[in-house]
Design a protein around this ligand. Structure first.
Ligand code: THU
Length: 134
């Protein structure tokens, strides 16, 4: 499978996950899909809360779900927003969450639907991560 085909498949999975978002306050549905080291695809969507600060972003949802099932290294994460402008990029907090598990590439969707792969190191330069403790 080519990298573009793999990225398109992940975007599809993220879009599907976004359709299950719980976003009654913002009406801004986000989906994320990632691949773990063993090739498993895990998805997540944003889950909002009446206490807004308790909202869980789609990327955080996908990453913590994967980590809770044992994943410790995640290569690629795709993000899709159904209700906003493309490309939809991860918020700052989510960039840090992706950083924890070594994400290399964040795939977003251009307006024409094509995948845009961006290194996490570009989205989060000079980042703080687990190596700080070694
Ligand atoms: N949101 C995400 O799920 N991921 C991001 O990276 C940015 C924002 C969600 C949070 C909230 O439910 C809605 O989008 C509007 O901010």
């Amino acid at each position: 499978m080519s990298e573009t085909t793999a990225h398109l498949a992940l975007l599809d999975a993220a879009r599907d996950a976004a359709s299950r978002a719980y976003a009654p306050y913002s009406s801004f549905r986000v989906g994320a899909a990632l691949v773990t080291e063993d090739g498993t695809v895990v998805t997540g969507a944003n889950i909002e809360n009446a206490a807004y600060g308790a909202t869980i972003c789609a990327e955080a949802n996908a990453v913590t779900t994967a980590a809770a099932t044992g994943a410790r290294r995640i290569d690629t994460v795709a993000v899709v927003c159904l209700d906003g402008a493309a490309p939809c990029t991860p918020c700052g907090n989510c960039r840090q969450i992706l950083r924890e598990f070594g994400v290399e590439t964040v795939v977003m969707q251009a307006e024409d639907g094509s995948p845009i792969g961006v290194p996490l190191s570009e989205l989060l330069p000079m980042s703080f991560g687990p190596e700080a403790f070694t």
